[in-house]
Design a protein around this ligand. Structure first.
Ligand code: AMP
Length: 217
């Protein structure tokens, strides 16, 4: 019996993880789990989780590992994850990676895709990002503009700029990424489950590379 895929996206802020995870989710028919989206929703709703996460997110730092593990554990046992799932934004550090490995089932197979983007490109990518509040589609006013300015191609909702895409916060997020998340690349390389994809090319090309990688793993 073939194993249940657990596809993890790595990449700096603005590398295109969210966008590519949406494409892959549609193409494979398995859900994309974005911890960032889940936290933003919790903040909007003003839940206990949202209250805890709000300030940390606004500063570009990481929410506590135990809280994140709780969220992930609850989500991945849901019915729609039975055929596999895509993780966008989790794990974010080595400790979270170890915690995740403890909760995955033996019949699951981890595959990791690192969308690589040089540091100089990152700030521009994040500064140009616009998000649809309805379907979470990501656009970029420089690289991937919507057909009509400020409006989602798919559902016509008004696009917004994430609060933590402010340039100062972006710099903190990049430094958090380098310190906390970058070691994951080596961690997964050693495990033999890492595939690196060039994130500085047309979005469709990135998607094509990812689909090829996923198909041949
Ligand atoms: P993202 O949309 O993935 O860039 O996440 C936005 C923010 O949510 C991050 O800057 C963190 O503050 C928080 N966050 C998302 N995922 C995690 C995670 N796995 N661990 C800790 N904090 C997270």
């Amino acid at each position: 019996m073939s194993k249940i895929p657990v596809i993890i996206f790595l990449g700096a802020p603005g590398a295109g993880k969210g966008t590519q995870a949406v494409f892959l989710s549609r193409s494979k028919g398995i859900p994309k789990i974005s911890t960032g989206d889940m936290l933003r929703r919790a903040v909007e709703q003003g839940s206990e989780l949202g209250k805890k996460a709000k300030g940390i997110m606004a500063e570009g730092k990481l929410v506590d590992d135990e809280i994140m593990l709780g969220i992930i554990k609850e989500r991945i046992v849901m019915e729609d994850c039975k055929q596999g799932f895509i993780l966008d934004g989790y794990p974010r550090n080595i400790h979270q990676a170890a915690q995740l490995e403890q909760v995955l089932l033996p019949e699951m197979q981890m595959r990791v895709i690192d969308i690589h983007v040089a540091e100089d490109d990152i700030v521009k990518r994040v500064a140009g990002r616009r998000v649809c509040p309805k379907c979470q589609s990501n656009y970029n006013i420089y690289f991937h503009p919507p057909k009509k300015e400020g409006v989602c191609d798919l559902d016509g909702a008004d696009l917004f700029r994430r609060q933590d895409d402010d340039e100062q916060v972006v710099r903190t997020r990049i430094s958090t990424y380098k310190k906390e998340s970058y070691p994951l690349v080596e961690h997964y390389r050693k495990k033999g489950v890492l595939q690196v994809v060039n994130g500085v090319q047309k979005e469709e090309e990135v998607t094509k590379e990812i689909l090829q990688q996923v198909a041949c793993q």
